[in-house]
Design a protein around this ligand. Structure first.
Ligand SMILES: C[S@@+](CC[C@H](N)C(=O)[O-])C[C@H]1O[C@@H](n2cnc3c(N)ncnc32)[C@H](O)[C@@H]1O
Length: 296
């Protein structure tokens, strides 16, 4: 059968969902090859540059969270760690037992609600199925306070099988365009040796725009995906529109709210196409995920 998904789909993703069970089994089996055993040097430099020690900081998909140890050591007072794996979360609870500055949350990042000033990314984006990239942008925008910063490291290379799932500077610039203002996105200069010249250090500021997220039905090929996203991109006030690589979700970035009726009408040339707004609230999202088994 022809595989119509974008490059980036992989054996593991299609055969096994990358859910809590998957990640917990990696932690239990100690197959944590991503673990550097120390904070990544570019993130140490980043933390050294943050002046506000009371900034509300989130590290999603944090694993052993060496950066959080470094943050604590340097006087930061408000750090939240999220990991979906119970085993990882238990380790974190032990590690930070006497550190009231650190809150450990064992949950799916996509169900989290709170607001942060800074979110630090390290090998979380690449751990997610590529079809969740639009969802990642939407969620990150959602979780940040006004002028909040999303910053950290992204791979600038591909992998034969994932996770990790790679990407490129060009792809990230397209994906995040409009939703965030790019402060920097450049090859990191002080990566650990095995990752030298293959990771980008980025710092994006939350844009003062509306970022909306929809489910889409009826598309099965890249040609139709491109046609629909082009149509949506041309709506007045729309800065960016992109569809997930499994054709099921759409992200829009706009100055003003876009009428859902308009979005539906514009694609009514195909009666199979159906667009619906995805739930924005925590509880709704939980139910949505259970009912439709979306997300992972
Ligand atoms: C590749 S590891 C990276 C860990 C850590 N950031 C590091 O660099 O050492 C990805 C981590 O994300 C967690 N994870 C995966 N999907 C998640 C989700 N949806 N919500 C929260 N954590 C998730 C996994 O349990 C795992 O610990």
């Amino acid at each position: 059968m022809e595989n119509k998904l974008d490059a980036g789909c992989c054996v593991i993703e299609c055969e096994r969902p990358l859910d809590a069970q998957y990640w917990d089994s990696q932690w239990k089996a100690n197959t944590t090859g991503w673990d550097l055993g120390m904070p990544a040097p570019p993130l140490v430099s980043l933390i050294d540059s943050i002046e506000n020690k009371n900034a509300k900081i989130l590290i999603p998909g944090c694993g052993n969270a060496y950066e959080a140890e470094y943050l604590v050591k340097n006087g930061f007072t408000d750090i939240t760690l999220i990991d979906i794996s119970e085993t990882a979360s238990q380790l974190l609870n032990e590690k930070f037992a006497n550190k009231p500055q650190v809150k450990v949350v064992c949950d799916d990042f996509f169900l989290h609600t709170e607001k942060y000033d800074i979110i630090i990314e390290q090998t979380f984006f690449c751990a997610l199925p590529p079809a969740m990239r639009q969802r990642y942008v939407w969620k990150m925008h959602n979780l940040l306070n006004e002028n909040g910063i999303l910053t950290g490291l992204l791979f600038n290379r591909t992998f034969e099988v994932g996770p990790p799932f790679g990407g490129s500077k060009e792809e990230y610039e397209k994906l995040f365009y409009g939703a965030f203002d790019f402060i920097t996105i450049e090859t990191a200069t002080n990566s650990v040796e095995p990752r030298a010249n293959t990771e980008l250090f980025f710092k994006f500021k939350k844009g003062d725009v509306l970022v909306n997220f929809y489910s889409f039905q009826g598309i099965t090929c890249n040609g139709c995906k491109n046609s629909v996203t082009e149509i949506y991109s041309k709506i007045e006030g729309v800065k960016n529109a992109s569809m997930s690589s499994d054709f099921k979700e759409i992200l829009t970035v706009s100055d003003e709210e876009i009428d859902l009726k308009l979005l539906q009408e514009l694609v009514s040339y195909d009666e199979g196409y159906k667009i619906e707004k995805l739930p924005q609230r925590h509880e709704d999202a939980k139910n949505y995920k259970n009912d439709f088994n979306l997300g992972h």
